[in-house]
Design a protein around this ligand. Structure first.
Ligand code: PEP
Length: 247
């Protein structure tokens, strides 16, 4: 069976009380999801525990952190470690999201440390990679993506305990998504790069995915799911997207 991952990145939205209301509304609207799909929620850190408690121990639902710091604890004001996120109920962590790289200046080296820290805290890393528009137009997509993969995955050869999210920077929050063929081509190149090094791992596509374009994107067998920002913020609409994305 082909399993599909629907990952919701709430970014800096949805406080703990709203998160409980969101979870109630999502569970009611989603009903019994088909067994071929799982839903991952990435709320802001303050709402991780509220979401974890609200979704209970449901097998097909999981909560994760949007970012972690690489040290396990100590004098790092404002940061949260994998261990702290895990204790709040997180089972996964986004690493190297384009907003971390481009708004907060996160480097490949820091991303690599965060992947290692997530694994050490027993969190499933979701490593985000993707090129800017200028890099795509210069024909550098795979150079950039390969550099990001190489930096973050070096030292984890043979380990397939991760997920990759291919998110072209120019498609995030812009309403401009990659065509299904563009996405599938990059996924296939990423897969060819990964296979001899780490083995198979799921590859998600992210960048302006919504109810209208999700079915044609997931019609590409190279996509193992989607990472969605804006279109995951409304619980009913998100439940509908998950339920109806594939027949
Ligand atoms: C994201 O935040 O990872 C994302 C893909 O955002 P959006 O769906 O809003 O483009």
């Amino acid at each position: 069976m082909r399993y599909l991952i629907f990952a919701a990145n709430w970014k800096m939205n949805i406080a703990p009380r709203e998160a409980r209301e969101y979870a109630r509304a999502f569970l009611a609207a989603a009903g019994d999801l088909p067994e071929d799909r799982v839903v991952w929620f990435f709320p802001p850190a303050v709402s991780i525990e509220a979401v974890a408690q609200s979704i209970g121990g449901r097998e097909n639902l999981l909560v994760g952190a949007q970012d972690i710091y690489w040290e396990p604890k100590g004098a790092f004001t404002g940061a949260i470690s994998g261990q702290l996120a895990a204790q709040a109920g997180a089972r996964a962590a986004l690493i190297g999201h384009s907003e971390r790289r481009h708004v907060f200046g996160e480097t490949d080296e820091q991303t690599a440390k965060k992947v290692a820290a997530a694994l050490a805290a027993n969190l499933h890393p979701v490593l985000c990679v993707g090129e800017t528009l200028a890099q795509r137009e210069a024909g550098q997509t795979m150079d950039v993506v390969t550099r990001q993969l190489e930096a973050a995955l070096a030292g984890h050869a043979g380990q397939a305990r991760m997920t990759i999210a291919y998110e072209p920077v120019w498609a995030i929050g812009t309403g401009r998504n990659a065509t299904p063929k563009d996405a599938a081509d990059v996924h296939s190149a990423i897969r060819a790069w990964l296979m001899p090094r780490t083995g198979w791992m799921p590859i998600l596509y992210g960048g302006s995915v919504n109810l209208k374009n999700v079915a044609e994107l997931l019609a590409e067998p190279e996509l193992d799911g989607v990472l969605v920002g804006g279109a995951s913020l409304d619980p009913q609409a998100w439940a509908e997207l998950v339920r109806t994305a594939v027949a």
